[in-house]
Design a protein. Structure first.
Length: 117
């Protein structure tokens, strides 16, 4: 089992920045690829970004590429999502997730991000 806890959400004006954190506990953090997803009200959950276990490569959704940066600190069992140039359409609950294989098996409880126009 892996337990994930997100933090860092909040209310920000359009054009502003936030940094989300996700702390992991349980099994060896280094074994897992880690990702961020988000779900806006009335929509399905969507992929935002993923970083491989070593931290050497990351993937992004087109909608956030160039604005968001995912990173991980394996010594602290933590991943981050730096979000810059935020837009109202970035408003959503953001979830951290971990996967040891093909699927993301472990999920956090989510943190709300609200971007005002």
């Amino acid at each position: 089992q892996v337990q994930l806890v997100e933090s860092g959400g909040g209310l920000v004006q359009a054009g502003g920045s936030l940094r989300l954190s996700c702390s992991a506990s349980g099994r060896t953090f280094l074994n897992y690829g880690m990702g961020w997803f988000r779900q806006a009200l009335g929509t399905e959950r969507e992929f935002v970004a993923e970083i491989i276990s070593s931290g050497g490569f990351a993937y992004y959704a087109e909608s956030v590429k160039g604005r968001f940066t995912i990173s991980r600190d394996n010594a602290r069992n933590t991943i981050y999502l730096q979000m810059n140039s935020l837009k109202p359409e970035d408003t959503a609950v953001y979830y951290c997730a971990a996967r040891g294989g093909e699927k993301f098996d472990y999920w956090g409880q989510g943190t709300q991000v609200t971007v005002s126009s």
